[in-house]
Ligand binder design. Sequence first.
Ligand code: NI
Length: 176
Amino acid sequence: MALIPIIYIPDPVLRQVAVPVTEITDGTRQLLDDMAETMYDAPGIGLAAPQVNVSQRVIVMDCGPDDAPELHKMINPEIVDRSEAKAILEEGCLSIPKQTADVERPASVDVRYLDVDGKEQMMTCEGLLAACVQHEIDHLDGVLFIDYLSRLKRDMIVRRTLKELRQAGTGAAGRG
Ligand code: NI
C-alpha cells in the first residue's frame, strides 16, 4: 500500500470525464487500496481516482464512525435511481482544501457498481453516504461541489483555495 499525491483545483484532470474500467486487474485493486489509504491519511470520507491524477471511474468511501469503519470500493459506479426528496449537507473536497459549503442533492440514491472481483452490486445510499457517493461520482464526470453554488460563492471559494495552496504548499487538507 502507498499514499498517492492528491491534486487540487485548477488541475484540468479534475475537469475530465474519467473512462470506465474495462478489465479489473491486480493494478485496479492496488489502485483502490492505495486510494483508501490516501483517503484515511488525508483524512477524508471519500476519494475519486481523478483526485489522484488517474482518470478512471473508481471511487472509495468511508462514512462510518471512527470506531466502526465502513469502507466501500466501487468500480464504474452509476446512479440508477434518485429520491425526489432533497437534503442539504455541508460538503468539502480534498481537492479544494479547507473550503466547505451547503449543497442540495437527492436525499437517497441507488448505486450500481462493480466490486473488486468484478461482481455487479447494488447499494441504496442515504444520509451522509448519499451525499458522499453523489459527490464522488460527480468527480468521475469532471463535476465539483462548487459547481452547485452561486457564481459569487464559487469564485470566492476558488480564490480562497488558491491563496491557501500558495501559503500551505501541498500540505493542505480537506474532506472528500
Ligand atoms: Ni471531492
